[in-house]
Design a protein around this ligand. Structure first.
Ligand code: CA
Length: 229
């Protein structure tokens, strides 16, 4: 993803940019609201610091929203500065309070991207329904939790379905292990990551081709339509 970092503190921007790149994102950095409005056109995701030297952060948010539907996570220095309602009204998809962990940011970015991608995926497939995702020969109905490969129903357990949905929400993108575990199990889950591998294995079997789920060493997994699948 092309991530635009709007942040006037260079140290924070550098650290953030490095982390984003480590997770495979392309990064652009600007230090003011006016620059943000100019640079936003190319962005697929905006991380917006609300304390900028030139424009009020909420104003930047509002103007970005006039230009596009790019997902925006607002970042603020102190909890008391956040008026969540106003922020959401200004068009932010979520917000974080500094200091936050990269892990938390990535999880929020994933959630926001997923919400944004679900209708788009259905539209692209021409299905017209937000609940039905069609990915090559695979189709997922998020509402009824039914899965088909080439029209043949595939019976999945609850966790297997959640895992597939987490991967399918952004086809081709690498989802890191921690994020998948958080999404499919829960925040208080302290089991071994072996559980994730076991579920990936059974999902591959049930989908009928190992290639559906590609392992990215040291990071996580991604969903790929098999070439001859
Ligand atoms: Ca700032």
């Amino acid at each position: 993803m092309h991530v635009l970092i709007v942040e006037d503190d260079k140290r924070i921007a550098d650290a953030l940019g490095e982390a984003m790149q480590r997770f495979g994102h392309e990064v652009a950095w600007v230090a003011s609201g006016h620059e943000a409005l100019e640079a936003a056109e190319k962005a697929e995701f905006v991380l917006l610091d609300l304390g900028l030297p030139d424009l009020d952060g909420q104003e930047v948010c509002r103007r970005l929203r006039e230009q596009s539907w790019v997902p925006i996570i607002a970042v603020t220095a102190r909890a008391e500065e956040v008026d969540r309602i106003l922020l959401l009204q200004a068009g932010a998809d979520d917000y974080l309070v500094k200091p936050y962990s990269v892990r938390e940011l990535l999880a929020r970015m994933d959630a926001v991207t997923r919400r944004a991608a679900a209708p788009a995926a259905a539209e692209a497939s021409g299905q017209g329904s937000d609940d039905r995702w069609v990915i090559g020969p695979l189709s997922l109905d998020i509402r009824t939790r039914q899965v088909e490969v080439r029209g043949t129903p595939v019976a999945l357990t609850r966790r297997e379905f959640d895992l597939l949905a987490a991967l399918a929400s952004d086809v081709g993108a690498v989802r890191c292990r921690e994020v998948l575990i958080n999404e499919v199990w829960d925040n208080n889950w302290h089991g071994s990551t072996r559980t994730l591998d076991v579920h990936v294995g059974s999902l591959r079997n049930k989908l009928g081709a190992r290639q559906w789920i590609e392992a990215v060493r040291g990071v996580g997994f991604r969903l790929v339509v098999p070439e001859h699948g």
